[in-house]
Design a binder for this molecule. Structure first.
Ligand code: URA
Length: 437
């Protein structure tokens, strides 16, 4: 069927509802390069102001899902469960959750992204392991999941090309933060990636797309509905991102913290969240009768060290040096470090995640544009978390990297992140809501 892009823009501008045929037509035309950016920009802005209905969001997801290759994981035995975070600061949970769930018999065949702006990406983090390959041939990828139990690679260039083009356009037309556009972008990639069930970690707070709980619930509901409509069991956890997760922010630093967590010595928040998410994955993967039983299995995998063994096997299978598990000096090392000290005594009441993410980016750990090179050793180690007591002159955080100017810039940026008060402060609630169980 042939439509006219001008009519489609006009219809949405006036608040109309687009049909499945219209959506598929403009998505396919855009991917083929037949519809120009300026018309799609206008449509995105109309969508931004008028919104998308649930049906339109589902149709958009579906059109983007099938805009390129889709992954067929049927040669992998068992119920494959995927996990996705909407993006945060210090979020290394995939590197803990995947080994835990996999150690409990859930096959993990995961595609991850790179970091951009103040949020990090799993692929960059894994590349800080010497020799680690984030690109595997499809057959190698499937074989590894069947033999080792898990594989994590970068997203192939042929999956959801519509999302790639649209996301880049949204980024420069102030149309990123729209529920339907975010939900369809995330879910089209998850559905194309082929797993049977999906666990979503929807971040909520200053360092996330969704700054308040109400918005996070709206987005989570939408994504869970899309998942179920597409025949995939989908669960969303809404979790805190008002402060960074754990204490490490930066690529190699976060992998080290993930390994520490698998050794049972990780920060409390990352340990708890990982067990919770892994527990839900174990349940959805049919390896536990309830999420609570899944949680217990994840806890046992952590305490017995089978999760750590799984991490070692996974690193080795993907060509990485598995000795990093016991010798952290094998990771890229930063040449410079500086400490930020508290200018007064009291209780830490805020460590604004977004500000810390920006500071980490400034040390060299993150990219401003997709083409930027990153310093895998750079980043921040927090010495305090919200609720902790601090004395004047005590270290709040250490900044490191290979460029002293960037390290200093990161430290200066992070000054604004910390708030210290006289009154005792309670720790933010980590898991705020679970949707879809
Ligand atoms: N992450 C995505 O993949 N897409 C969005 O639109 C927002 C976050």
């Amino acid at each position: 069927m042939n439509f006219n892009m001008n009519d489609i823009i006009y219809k949405k501008r006036e608040g109309g509802e687009l049909t499945a045929e219209e959506i598929k037509w403009w998505i396919d035309g855009y991917v083929r390069g037949e519809i120009p950016d300026y018309q799609v920009s206008a449509l995105l802005m109309a969508i931004f102001f008028r919104g998308l209905s649930r049906e339109e969001t589902y149709m958009l997801t579906s059109a983007m899902r099938y805009s390129g290759d889709t992954v067929d994981l049927s040669s992998i035995r068992g119920i494959k469960v995927d996990k996705h975070s909407t993006g945060g600061v210090g979020d290394k949970t995939t590197l803990v959750v995947a080994p835990l769930a996999s150690a409990c018999g859930v096959p993990i065949a995961k595609m991850s992204g790179r970091g951009l702006g103040f949020t990090g990406g799993t692929v960059d983090k894994m590349e800080s392991i010497p020799g680690f390959r984030t690109v595997l041939e499809p057959e190698e990828f499937m074989n590894q999941v069947n033999t080792v139990g898990m594989a994590v690679i970068g997203q192939s260039g042929h999956i959801t090309p519509a999302d790639k083009k649209l996301y880049a356009l949204r980024d420069v037309t102030a149309t990123v933060d729209n529920f339907g556009l975010i939900a369809s972008s995330i879910m089209s990639k998850k559905l194309a990636a082929g797993s049977d069930a999906i666990v979503l970690d929807v971040k909520c707070g200053d360092g996330a797309f969704m700054e308040n709980l109400e918005d996070a619930v709206t987005l989570a509901d939408l994504m869970v509905d899309i998942g179920y409509d597409a025949g995939r069991r989908t669960v969303a956890c809404i979790t805190d991102m008002s402060q960074p997760l754990g204490k490490a922010v930066g690529n190699a630093l976060e992998v080290i913290e993930a390994i520490d967590t698998l050794k049972g010595r990780g920060p409390e928040d990352i340990t708890e969240l990982s067990k919770k998410l892994a527990g839900i994955m174990i349940f959805l993967g049919g390896r536990a009768d309830t999420p609570e039983q899944g949680y217990e299995l994840a806890r046992e995998a952590l305490e017995s060290g089978t999760g750590l063994t799984q991490m070692r096997l996974f690193i080795e299978a993907q060509g990485g040096d598995e000795n990093v598990i016991y010798d952290y000096s094998l990771f890229p090392q930063a040449e410079y470090s500086e400490e930020l000290k508290a200018d007064r005594s009291g209780f830490v009441s805020e460590i604004r995640a977004r500000q810390i993410g920006l500071a980490s980016q400034k040390t060299g750990a993150g990219r401003e544009t997709k083409e930027d090179e990153i310093d895998l050793s750079a980043g921040i180690i927090l010495n305090k978390k919200v609720g902790d007591r601090v004395e004047e002159g005590e270290v709040l955080a250490t900044f490191c990297g290979n460029d002293p100017k960037k390290v200093r810039e990161g430290l200066e940026e992070a000054r604004k992140a910390f708030e210290i008060t006289d009154e005792e402060v309670s720790r933010p609630e980590l898991i705020k809501e679970i949707i879809g169980l």
